[in-house]
Every structure is written in structure tokens, then in C-alpha cells.
Design a protein around this ligand. Structure first.
Ligand SMILES: [Zn+2]
Length: 369
């Protein structure tokens, strides 16, 4: 039976989320625990780590995996201008780059940063996106592997052991936390298991060989150990809120938002702007797990005390089921699908516990409440 967290709006259909006996999800518990954190102490820990792990030679102090969005730009900006570090920004190219994201990247780089952008073989990227859209209802499986792998490959190649990721998704948004340590230092086994689901070496087929998969294959453990790569979550050391990050970045540069005023499926206009495929990705979450992009955004704000559950509920009801029309033609073209083929794949991924076919249409079996 589908249940919604009594504090936020997250349903128990979200993979790995846990509910307590009172019907409260673990992301809400995590948010509550965060109120007890001594942030001055965390900042001290941060400064200690930086001193311990920054390289003694070379121009860069650390790597920031950087999309050009509000979160990674916020991190890079603070590292450089508040803490005097010189971060190297590493970008794994979006599948279908969105103009808004490109504008923001250019503006931010203009503030004074070095960037490496990796754009993998597009024939391979498209083939994998199409395959995983069909097989798993997620065109971003390979991209997830790339975005997790490329910064570590660069860290190894350039001898820059320190990497700052944003937040630990499993504890921030509801999931399975392997250990207290994994909220601070990134555990790649967890990433592989939870986000990617298998080893990219398994993706070899009659048109893709192992060399084609190089951007997706994590470096050998011996190389990681040689450089001593430490991938930390910035959100462990400093209070984390996507709304606050957006406010911060808007103060330091003219941050471009979704020109239509809000993104498909939600009420926000400042998040996930760099890849046109994201609108489809969030819609598929709604199809498979019953929570759309508006629920996702509202939960984050409710947990941070920036919105009431009632306000969130109203927004989720209004926008969650909205079809990602804005970039629909780009999605079809990129995935090489006709409209009927596309819809047939979507319908295959409808969770039968959540959806029923009534009359001529798909209806949800439950109401969000
Ligand atoms: Zn909750």
C-alpha cells in the first residue's frame, strides 16, 4: 500500500526510503538531527581536512564536480572566495545541453575559474541513453556513471586528491545510509549500487566495446590509493539547502532561470537547468514511483522549514503529473523514437500498484494526501 510521510510528502515507493512506526520518513529524521549539529565544529573539521589533503604541489587545491547549476557553483564560489582555495571545475557534459545551463556556466567561469569539460562519444552516449530508457525507464543510467567517474579519473590523472561533492543523497532525501562516515566521505560502492545499478563493463554489446566505455569506468582501486583520493560531501560541513544555494548564487552573478517561469512538472525555476533530458527523468520517477518533480522539490523545502506540508501538497497535486512537453521533441530526436514508441515505453514502466488503465486513460489508484 502506498503511504506518504506525515511530515513531508515522500511516498514509501521511493527506492530505499524507510518509514518509522509513526509514518515519518528517514529524510525528515535526518533533517531534524541536522538541527542539533554544531556547524562551527563542522567548519573546523572542514578546515582540518583541507589542510590534510590538499596537494602540496600543483596549481589546484581540489576538484569540484561542476554542472554549472546553483549547488555546485555555490560550493566552488565559497571554496575560492571564502576559503582561498583554487578548485578545478570538472564537468561531465549533459546528454542534451540546455541553453540556460550553458549561459550560467559561461557567466560563472567569467568570475575566474578553470574548467575541464568531458564530452563523451555521443554515439555511445545516445545508444546507452536509449537502451536504459527502454530497459529501466531511466535514460540517465550511463550518465550517472560518467558524472560519478570522470571527476575521480581527473583526480587520479592530475594528482588532486581532494574532491568536493554536494550532498549525500541517501541521507538528505531518504535512502539507506551505510554508515555515519558515508555521510561525510563518499563511498563509491554505495554510488555504484544505488545510482548505477551495475558495472559499466557489462554494457559492452555488438556496437560498444570496452574502450568506448572509458568515461564510465571507475579507476582501479590501486590508482585511487596511490593518489589518496578523498571525496567529501560539502553538505556535511555546511548547512545545505537548495533554496539558500540559489539565493547565494543569485547574489554573486546574474543566474539565469527557466525562461518559461517554472520547469515542467514543478513550481521551481532554478534547479536542474543544464540538461533537457532532466524533465523526462523526473516524469519517469512519477511513472515508476509515484512522486513527481513538484513532490521532490516540496519535500526538500518542507524538510528545511521553508514550506508547510499543506502548501507542498497543493503544489504537488497541481504539477506532479505534468507531461514534460517543453523539450519533448528533443527527447524524441535524441532517443531516436517516434511518439507512439516513446509512449509505449513509458506505459511499460508504469508501476501497476500505482496505475490502472480506466476508460481510455491511465489513472493513479491513490490520491496524494
Ligand atoms: Zn518525510
Amino acid at each position: 500500500m502506498i503511504l506518504f510521510c506525515k511530515k513531508c510528502l515522500m511516498p514509501n515507493t521511493r527506492p530505499r526510503v524507510q518509514f518509522d512506526a509513526d509514518g515519518i520518513c528517514n529524510a525528515c529524521h535526518n533533517a531534524e538531527q541536522k538541527l542539533q549539529i554544531d556547524w562551527d565544529d563542522r567548519k573546523k573539521q572542514f578546515l582540518e581536512y583541507v589542510e590534510r589533503f590538499r596537494p602540496s604541489q600543483g596549481p589546484y587545491d581540489c576538484i569540484v564536480p561542476w554542472s554549472g547549476g546553483k549547488d555546485s557553483s555555490y560550493i566552488a564560489h565559497r571554496l575560492k572566495f571564502e576559503f582561498g582555495l583554487n578548485p578545478l571545475l570538472v564537468t561531465f557534459s549533459p546528454l542534451i545541453p540546455n541553453e540556460v545551463g550553458q549561459i550560467n556556466r559561461e557567466t560563472f567561469l567569467g568570475l575566474g575559474f578553470d574548467q575541464i569539460m568531458v564530452r563523451p562519444n555521443q554515439k555511445v552516449a545516445r545508444r546507452l541513453a536509449r537502451r536504459f530508457f527502454r530497459e529501466r525507464g531511466n535514460p540517465k543510467v550511463a550518465w550517472d556513471a560518467g558524472v560519478n567517474t570522470v571527476p575521480v579519473q581527473i583526480a587520479v590523472r592530475f594528482n588532486i586528491p581532494l574532491i568536493f561533492y554536494a550532498e549525500h543523497g541517501e541521507s538528505e532525501y531518504g535512502g539507506r545510509v551505510l554508515s555515519e562516515e558515508s555521510k561525510k566521505i563518499r563511498d563509491f560502492t554505495e554510488v555504484l549500487e544505488h545510482q548505477i545499478g551495475d558495472d559499466p563493463r557489462n554494457w559492452v554489446d555488438d556496437e560498444i566495446n570496452e574502450h568506448d566505455l572509458a568515461p564510465y569506468i571507475y579507476p582501479e582501486q590501486s590508482e585511487i590509493d596511490r593518489v589518496g583520493v578523498k571525496a567529501m560531501y560539502f553538505a556535511y560541513f555546511f548547512r545545505w539547502s537548495m533554496l539558500e544555494n540559489y539565493r547565494y548564487i543569485s547574489k554573486v552573478m546574474p543566474f539565469a532561470t527557466e525562461p518559461k517561469g517554472r520547469c515542467d512538472g514543478t513550481f521551481t525555476n532554478f534547479d536542474s537547468l543544464d540538461d533537457k533530458i532532466d524533465n523526462l527523468y523526473y516524469y519517469l520517477q512519477f511513472i515508476k514511483f509515484g512522486f513527481g518533480r513538484a513532490t521532490r522539490d516540496a519535500c526538500r523545502m518542507i524538510q528545511n522549514g521553508q514550506m508547510t506540508r499543506e502548501e507542498g501538497l497543493e503544489l504537488a497535486r497541481k504539477y506532479d503529473d505534468e507531461f514534460p512537453q517543453t523539450h519533448f521533441n528533443s527527447h524524441l530526436e535524441y532517443l531516436g523514437l517516434s511518439e507512439p514508441e516513446f509512449h509505449a515505453i513509458i506505459d511499460q514502466h508504469r508501476n501497476p500498484e500505482l496505475w490502472e488503465h480506466r476508460g481510455n486513460a491511465w489513472k493513479l489508484r491513490y490520491t496524494l494526501e
